[in-house]
Design a protein. Structure first.
Length: 185
């Protein structure tokens, strides 16, 4: 019998129930995010809700992957709705001393731009990263047949060790930074 080494687990399939929870979260938190997204030159309500949902799906996927890796002290995703003034750049999840900063990208986006994840330029990680800050870049593949999705970890590395680039989409160059898998292999 072959036993999978926990660290090699990089994917988790989320049920349609988790997808619905994340959709509901996106609907509820949308109004508290409008101003933040507008500053980032994003104004489409549907796109904002989609981004919020995908981010939360990635968090749930990483959470279950870490549990499968026997990293049982990982914190679950936060489903609290915060007012705009209370939002922060804090880690999405924590595991012991480690701050897990989780980013998502759809399969369609990865095909178009390559595996990549976007950060706000003003994220404190760029000025004050510690060896305990871990960036986890995920790819989300929605399953249109049963309503679930597959979350794949494509990049998992200490933030201080990452190569950071300008986004390929020029309209984001003023306020975004990108991490491309091809630069971080």
């Amino acid at each position: 019998m072959v036993h999978e080494v926990p660290e090699t687990i990089k994917s988790f399939y989320l049920s349609s129930d988790i997808v619905k929870i994340c959709q509901h979260f996106a609907e509820r938190s949308y109004l508290t995010n409008i101003d933040c997204y507008a500053l980032r030159k994003q104004t489409s309500a549907e796109k904002i809700k989609q981004d919020i949902m995908l981010g939360k799906l990635a968090e749930w996927g990483v959470y279950f992957i870490y549990l499968a890796r026997k990293r049982n002290s990982v914190t679950p995703p936060d489903l609290k709705i915060y007012e705009a003034s209370s939002k922060s750049f804090d880690a999405d999840l924590k595991w012991g001393l480690f701050n897990l900063h989780i980013k998502s990208q759809t399969l369609e986006s990865a095909k178009r731009y390559g595996d990549s994840w976007i950060f706000q330029s003003k994220d404190p990680l760029f000025e004050h990263p510690s060896c305990y800050d871990i960036m986890i870049g995920c790819r989300i593949s929605m399953d249109e047949y049963d309503g679930g999705c597959l979350v794949d970890i494509k990049l998992e590395r200490r933030f201080v060790d990452l190569v950071v680039a300008s986004p390929k989409i020029s309209k984001f160059n003023d306020n975004k930074k990108a991490i491309y898998l091809e630069d971080n292999k």
